[in-house]
Ligand binder design. Structure first.
Ligand code: G6P
Length: 607
């Protein structure tokens, strides 16, 4: 979390930095700040709150500088406050530094710096790093940064400026993304290309332990030991339209509506062995087929997709799978050997816990496969093979289209593996292929419930709790529905396997409790109908999601949302859509910040 941006060139830096920060706000938004060099002096402006607050304060006192750094923060060390916001400066005010990541040995370095007489004004690990760079800064800024990062343990992407070298940005990374954008006579740095995509789509990706010296005349990248490194220039695949709201009120809504297209992109060329993008599936299948053990690991919404993957791979392909939170995986001493396959699922490809789990699995000899959205992300770099979900940029903090696209890829894997293991015969495979091909259209129909969902949302926006129930494949959908509700509406919500309700949550049910039941006409239908009866008997208010044409639930449920008929394996995708919309409309009704919910960040790069 935290977003960083920098500019050096011929234009006024502040507006460019502010626009870049606006695009990075999904990474953190509790405070922000910029550092500029004006008349040989460092100017630092910071604000607690959103980037908009910073923009307004800069409007009151405009600046003129051809170079600058910007930062939007998600607090780790030190509360969100103006003081703790970045950029941080050294005691002599000779350098300003921005940082994304965590300096693990900050306490030891701080002790050393205190003994040298330095004073500290914030409780952040970043200020320690700024002082350390200042301590090493004699004549050459890059040398100072190199000396400082060589003493540091932890993860970081940083950028530093100094009035004594007024056109230069020095940037370095270890474990946290940092991209350099190449313009004409101007250069950008950022955590994510979205920050400068309106200016250039030509980029250099900095890798771990590399240091870049960037001036309007060019970029020079060197390794920790100073040797020059020749870097490839690449072109960003996404375009401006993908990172703008395009008429939607929120990114989340845009991304919910983007799902039919995203699903199409995830499946394109991957349904049949002859397909143009089938190659990654084929490589992964050969690993999975020969695996002694298969683990799926992820965090947050991606973990819910992994749970659906477990059901799918077991039911359709007949292979045993275990799912574990990436943050727990390392601590349970999982049984791993050379024939173990660990599949890590991550939208951002930068989640620290997921990366740490992958690293541990790899060290113990496992084959590691990534299911990722972001090409060139740390998850894809750490994987032996990556399958991309191809959903396109997701900016709303609450994941929507990446979830359904991850599930799509897991469906394709289960299908292909089922065909290999023989569990899925030719006829069943053909039926499944047909249903998958029809899915984008079905997702459109699922979006067609939006009006009804909005009306339901209006009736429940004052609820204090929500219960979500599902069985089998739809139990993880219940978890995901509840997570969306918590994330953006701050209403307490729990997802439960429907049958488990009677072992606890049933005690919560009264006439005020909305219970969302995911009840498609599959082989659990009769059982979930009984669970709905149990809720009804306790006067709970039922919102049921069921298959088109189903009349059985009408008498019981207060609201029935009918979804298109499909095969059971695909139902989680169709059911997720109205649940996303329900959370969205409740949050909008409550006038909450849907795209930037409190305390959350899109990408969690700390463990
Ligand atoms: C954060 C986000 C969630 C996301 C989770 C895992 O908590 O707010 O929306 O599901 O990280 O992220 P990943 O990028 O690894 O899928």
């Amino acid at each position: 979390m935290c977003g960083i941006v920098g500019y050096t060139g011929g234009r006024n830096a502040a507006p460019i930095l502010l626009a870049g920060l606006g695009r990075l706000e999904y990474r953190g938004y509790d405070s922000s700040g910029i550092a500029l060099i004006q008349n040989d002096n460092l100017i630092v402006r910071k604000k607690q709150g959103k980037v908009e607050d910073l923009r307004l304060s800069l409007e009151r006192e405009p600046t003129a500088s051809l170079i600058g750094l910007g930062h939007t923060r998600w607090a780790t060390h030190g509360v969100p406050s103006e003081q703790n916001a970045h950029p941080h400066v050294d005691n002599a005010n000779r350098i300003a530094l921005i940082h994304n990541g965590i300096i693990e040995n900050h306490a030891a370095i701080k002790e050393f710096l205190l003994s040298e007489g330095y004073q500290f004004y914030t409780s952040t690990d970043t200020e320690v790093l700024a002082q350390l760079v200042g301590h090493h800064f004699h004549a050459n800024l890059a040398d100072a940064v190199r000396a400082a990062v060589n003493q540091v343990e932890g993860s970081y992407s940083i950028a530093v400026i100094a009035p004594e070298d007024p056109l230069t940005i020095v940037a370095a990374r270890n474990g946290i993304p940092l991209i350099i954008g190449i313009g004409e006579g101007e250069y950008f740095i950022a955590s994510d290309t979205a920050a400068f995509l309106e200016h250039t789509n030509q980029i250099i990706t900095l890798e771990d332990h590399e240091i870049a010296v960037i001036t309007p005349a060019g970029v020079n990248v060197s390794a920790a030991g100073q040797q020059h490194i020749r870097k490839e220039i690449s072109t960003v695949a996404s375009n401006l339209e993908q990172i703008e709201k395009n008429g939607f009120e929120h990114f989340m809504l845009k991304e919910i509506y983007d799902q039919p297209r995203a699903l199409e992109a995830a499946m394109r060329g991957r349904i049949d062995p002859g397909g143009i993008n089938y190659h990654e599936i084929e490589v992964v299948l050969s690993y999975l087929e020969n695996a002694s053990r298969i683990y799926l690991t992820a965090c947050g919404t991606s973990w819910h997709a992994a749970l659906i993957g477990e059901y799918l791979l077991e039911q359709i392909a007949g292979v045993a799978v275990e799912v574990e939170y990436a943050s727990e995986f390392r601590y349970r001493q999982p049984l791993i050997d050379k024939k173990t396959v660990v599949v890590a699922i991550s939208q951002s490809g930068e989640t620290a816990d997921t990366l740490a789990a992958m690293k541990m699995a790899k060290e113990q000899g496992a084959m590691v496969i990534g299911i990722a959205n972001t090409v060139g992300s740390s998850v894809s770099l750490a994987s032996d093979e990556t399958i991309y979900i191809n959903a396109g940029p997701e900016i709303g903090v609450a994941s929507t289209k990446s979830f359904t696209s991850q599930v799509m890829v897991l469906i394709l894997l289960a299908k292909a593996l089922g065909e290999r293991t023989g569990r899925l015969d030719a006829r069943a495979a053909a039926n499944m292929a047909q249903a998958i091909e029809a899915l984008p259209e079905m997702a459109n129909a699922s979006l067609g419930t939006a009006g009804q969902v909005q009306e339901i949302a209006a009736q429940f926006e004052r609820s204090r709790d929500f219960l979500y129930l599902g069985r089998g494949l739809n139990f993880p959908v219940a978890l995901e529905g509840a997570l969306k509700m918590k994330e953006i509406s701050y209403i307490h919500a729990e997802g439960y396997p429907a049958a488990e309700m009677k072992h606890g949550p049933i005690a919560l049910i009264d006439e005020n409790m909305p219970v969302v039941c995911i009840a498609p006409r599959d082989d659990t239908y009769g059982k979930i109908l009984s669970n709905i009866q149990e809720v009804k008997a306790r006067r709970g208010r039922i919102i049921a999601l069921t298959s088109e044409g189903d009349k059985g639930i009408n008498k019981l449920a207060d609201h029935v949302i009918q979804l298109p008929e499909t095969i059971p394996a695909l139902y989680p995708i169709l059911a997720a859509i109205p649940l996303q919309l329900l959370a969205y409309h409740i949050a909008v009704g409550l006038d909450l910040d849907v795209d930037q919910p409190r305390n959350l960040a899109k990408c969690v790069t700390v463990e």
